[in-house]
Each structure stands twice: as structure tokens, then as C-alpha cells.
Design a protein around this ligand. Sequence first.
Ligand code: FMN
Ligand code: MN
Length: 504
Amino acid sequence: MYNSYQIPTNGTSAQDLRTWIELLRREGELIDVKAQVDPFLEITEIVDRTIRTGGPALLFHHPRKSAHPLLINQFGTERRMCLAFGEPNLDAVARKLHEMTSLQPPQNFSEQMRGMGKLRRLLDTQPQLVSKGPCQELVLEPNLDLLPIQHCWPDDPAPFITLPAVITKNPRTGERNLGMYRMQKIDAQTTFMHWQIHKDGATDWRGMSERLDVAVALGCDPITTYLATVPFPRNVDELVIAGYLRGAPLELVKAKTVDLEVPASAEIILEGYITRGELGIEGPFGDHTGYYSAAEPFPVFHLTCMTMRRDAIYPSIIVGLPPAEDAWLGKTTERLFLPMLRMSMPEVVDYDLPVAGAFQHCAIVSVKKAYPGHAKKVIHAIWGMGLLSLIKSVVVVDEFINVHNYEQVFFQVCANVDPKRDILLSEGPLDQLDHSAVLYCYGGKLGIDATHKWTSEGVREWPKRIEMSAEVRNLVDQRWDEYGIGAAAGQDELPPDGIRRGLF
Ligand SMILES: Cc1cc2nc3c(=O)[nH]c(=O)nc-3n(C[C@H](O)[C@H](O)[C@H](O)COP(=O)(O)O)c2cc1C
Ligand SMILES: [Mn+2]
């Protein structure tokens, strides 16, 4: 459980970017910047400093050389993520999603009624095709020069669209996918599409025949934008989940020049296509690993049309040395997937993907051990599960350890691990952005079993942990004021934002 917040909208969420901006402004979570700023590097430096101090979302009204305002850092804190969902904490969001994904046959009347409620919500929130939408108020010839696309870091070769919700359909089944993949600007009508090989977008691309239609939504409601970053299994339509979590269907309109539907309330839509076999060298790009990712071949996206709202707002994000704005996007996904992780591994108590591990290098998992080798089973299971299979190092601790307290975890690793007995070295697929891997997307894996070992796991008798008795703890709690020492220190395990900055 992370932090809980006062959320004025309680249970409801902003249905488009403009109501979201209004909400952020009302809640003191957004600052309007009227000074002219340069999308070439300057915005990055401003935002980087803002994020590192837990600062507000920024709406730059006058990016240089563009008539469109630029919104950034909308997702930069845990509270803003909670505001986006209209829920007091991220576990409440996880519960809501879990309700939907775990519809079971009801066992009794009251479960039946509850189940009907969920089913009704699911049916009532399916995406809906409508004939008109604000995202098509203006229908333009494609011209990316109009947008304040950021040139993020000094060694980037060009500006990159960093917060796009990219829509494709599986060429064989027609199933829709929504994903976020950066787009390097090549010229006013062309970009690259950074579909890493493990992603759903890349699956659709590999399955394409001569032409693959693509639509890109910029400036959706916050839930839809966030869901583009979530690695759901390929057969899940992120727009269905969006409706369910928003509590209202996502309205879609037919794109003008491609065979796809797009979110009606988005600020800007880029329509276009990818031609089979057409690749160019994308990157390098200052990435969320804290390093420049390598220049590599990626598909070329040709724009056929650009539609937008009048006075459209352009959304952006900066990634770089963690923690950056994507920290809370990742942490939200970590919370969202805990119930799903526990569906296939009920022994998992909690897990943590450290921000410093860029959500791909490290997982800490606490388990309720029930049999010899149980921790090692969990390590192997993580390496076989969805995108978690790309995790490089897995640390397993006992159920009573707080996985979010890295000092506690490190203590367990130091105290409980015999390197010869408790380290698992393996190999397998790694994230495409992992520059440390010996081979491309493939390399070594480390599992650390930091649990208490049992004699059945071949150890001498394990010692007892030092713990004060509950009786004495209660006594001291009650008498504390009497001692005159002042407020007890060290009760908060985590700072208010849940990120232990001192440990990066
Ligand atoms: C800000 C941001 C930028 C991202 N850029 C990329 C990218 O360029 N390429 C990529 O493959 N994944 C990128 N991701 C991760 C994907 O969005 C994520 O893996 C998501 O699950 C992709 O959707 P899919 O599972 O439907 O393929 C990015 C995530 C964020 C938060
Ligand atoms: Mn997907």
C-alpha cells in the first residue's frame, strides 16, 4: 500500500485533456507558464528540475515557433496519478481493474448481484463509435512543423514525439492495440516508429502485409494516455479497459484517411501508414535508462492527414536519468499488476520494481514460503511472465519484509544469502534498451534468494530474528509521552511520495 490522498472527484475521472487540465489547476497541481520557452533543450531542463522536487504539471503557453501550448509533467507525482483515476490511492485503482479481469461464476445471490453490476459496467463502458468529435474540428494536410515537438537531450539527432498513444490493428484478427512508442521526427510528414521487438505494436508490424494503417492520438484523457504505457497481453484492447476505468465509454470517430477509429476527444490525431520493409536508422535518444539508446533500424511512419481541435494542446514527457516523470506511470502499473501476479502466484505477498532499475532491471518480491526451493520457483516464474520476463535481476524476500523499503531488503540480501547456495545465474531475453547485455536483447539473469532458509534446503539451523515482544512495544507506546523524549523518530518508512531518493 502506498499513500492515500484527498481526491475531490471521488470515483470519477477527467474525460478529456481539457477537464484534466482544469482539475489540475483547481487542485494547485498545474502552473501556467506564460514566458516564451524553447522546445529545443530548454523545456527539458525546466521540467527535469521541476520533477526532481515533486513539482507541478506545467502548461507552457508559448513554446517558441509554435502556436500550440505544450503540457508536461501531468503524471509526475503519485497524487496526480490518483487524481487522474479519481481514486484515493493506487491500490484502489488496482482493485477496480482486478474486478473486471477476474469475473468469476457467482457462488451465491449476493455475488450474483455484484457480478451483474460489474458486467453491466463493463457493457456500459465499451468504446462507442460516434459520427463527430472535437479531435476533427480541423482537418489539415500533415505538417509536424506546426507542433512544439521537443528536442529532448543534446545528443538526440532530432525532435521526438514522446507521449503518443499509437493505435494499430492486428492485420490477421483485427484486434486493436494501443501503445506508447516514441516517434522521431524525420520531416514535416514523416517520423520513425520505435516499436521495440517485445511490444504488441511490433507484433502487428511483423504480421503486416504491404501496408499497415496507424493512428496516433495526442492529448487524450489521462487514463487513456496512461493505458498506452501498460503492457497488457496482446489480446486485451486497452480502449475497453480505458472505458471501464473511466466509468464512461471512450467515444471514437472514424479516422479520415486510414481504416481505424480514434478517440473523439483527443487534442490531435496523426493518421498514416507504414510500408512493409521500409526502415531507417532511429536514435540515439536520451532514454529512461539514463543513457542514450543506440541508433537502430525502425519502421518509417508516413503521415496522410493531421486533425485537431481548435487551439490544440500538445502533450509531452521527458524521460532520462531516473526518477523522471515516467516513475509514477511505472509505479502505477506495478500496483495494477499485483492482483494479476497473485492470480497465478498466490504466494506472492507484494513486489516492487525500483524506479532506479528503470522498471526492467530489477524486481523485489516477497513470498509466503511453503516448500523447499519456493523462492527459486518464484524467480523462474517472474522470468516467464509477460513483460516481467525481461527483468534482469529478481530478489526474493520473506513475507514479513517490506519490499518497498530498500534498506530492509538490502539487509536481507546481506544477512541471508550464501552466494554459492542462493544465487541463481541464468540467461534469457532482456529489454532492447539494456546496453549492458552481451548480445542484443539477450543476456544474463540474476536471481537472489534472500529468504530464511530451511533445514530441508540444506542449511544448518536458521537463527531467530531479533524482535521486541508485542507486550513491551505496547507498553512503550502507551508510556512514550511520560518519558519526555519527544515525537518518536523513524516511524515513516517511506517519504510521502514513496520514492527513497537517497538510494538512487
Ligand atoms: C514515456 C514512455 C515512452 C515509451 N517509449 C517507448 C518506445 O519508444 N518504444 C517502446 O517499445 N516502448 C516504449 N514505452 C513502453 C511502452 O509504452 C509499453 O511497453 C507498452 O506496454 C506498450 O504497449 P503494448 O504493450 O500494447 O505494446 C514507453 C513508455 C513510456 C511511459
Ligand atoms: Mn497492448
